[in-house]
Design a protein around this ligand. Structure first.
Ligand code: FES
Length: 104
């Protein structure tokens, strides 16, 4: 279990408990976080779960695989700290992670 902090586009902060083993996207969808649409349900095929990871957390989360990298290359607004949140598994070590929700 980890507390994940989602900052939505309107600047509001939402701190929610997310089960370890689920994804950052799951945590958002299950808690009604606006902006993480997740059209493909986590199959790394839609990019509507795109978000930005707070820079201080980038080296603490698992790296992107080739498929995620490819999908992100085609996302408008892609930045160095962009991630598809369905591809990042939550662990206890991510307690306090800050995620800035992109415009999806
Ligand atoms: S939910 Fe579709 S790519 Fe993440």
């Amino acid at each position: 279990m980890a507390n994940i902090i989602y900052i939505t586009e309107d600047g509001n902060r939402h701190e929610v408990e997310v089960e370890s083993g689920s994804s950052i996207m799951d945590g958002a969808v299950n808690n009604g976080i606006e902006g993480i649409v997740a059209e493909c349900g986590g199959a790394c095929a839609c990019a509507t779960c795109h978000s930005f990871i707070a820079p201080e957390w980038l080296d603490k989360i698992p790296k992107k695989d080739d498929m995620e990298e490819f999908m992100l290359e085609n996302v408008v607004g892609n930045k160095a700290n962009s991630r598809l949140t369905c591809q990042v598994e939550v662990t206890d070590a991510l307690d306090g992670l800050i995620v800035y929700v992109a415009q999806n």
